[in-house]
Design a protein around this ligand. Sequence first.
Ligand code: GTP
Ligand code: MN
Ligand code: MN
Ligand code: MN
Ligand code: MN
Ligand code: MN
Length: 201
Amino acid sequence: MNCRPISKHESITLQGFKHACHAMLYARSEEKLFRRIPVRYAVLMQMRFDGRIGFPGGFVDLQDCSLEDGLNRELYEEVGCTLRLSDADHMCSHVTDTPQKLVTHFYTKELSLAELHQVEAGAVSAKEHGLEVMHKYAIAMGLIRVPLFTLRDGVGGLPAFFATNFIGNARDELVDALRHLRLINEERLASALKSVTNRNE
Ligand code: GTP
Ligand code: MN
Ligand code: MN
Ligand code: MN
Ligand code: MN
Ligand code: MN
């Protein structure tokens, strides 16, 4: 896939490109898995209708609205989330020439754990969740949390998660966000990336 970083400002001057906005919602968590493994952060992604993992969000028509208005509409449709993200939450944008002319804009937003729980609980009744849709197909099959730990076998947890199938450049967005927001230490991230080869590449 031919994908490169671009500024948001430059990207909206491109002719003939579609735009899509997706967001990573996350919260600090003191929870422990098996009362032993610190969760540290709850980071949300979603199982898409096509069996791939990505972030909630979707296409935005810049003729109709701003990127952020479009993102907030998609977040409402897919996860029932009424939080409003803004330009301050924008993290990066990428442009892809093939297979389609697409600019993807990526946002991150820290919530309280209570807010994040509310998003998780509300997601099942979102308009485009599962099979309860008036759409041609289900868009979002459910929210998932990214396991940020690695189990003693060296595979379970984040390495196994990295080996699953991601949509577009969602996996790179996840890695960049974990790194830039310091949600995980660099060594653990690097070893998780190394230990399992991603089948998408
Ligand atoms: P429709 O209801 O079919 O219009 O879907 P949508 O508006 O929800 O769009 P979707 O979320 O599928 O995103 C649009 C395009 O962006 C997809 O076709 C993918 O190529 C790409 N995409 C989807 N999810 C992600 C993601 O998490 N990150 C990135 N970078 N790209 C994504
Ligand atoms: Mn959508
Ligand atoms: Mn979507
Ligand atoms: Mn859409
Ligand atoms: Mn579509
Ligand atoms: Mn739709």
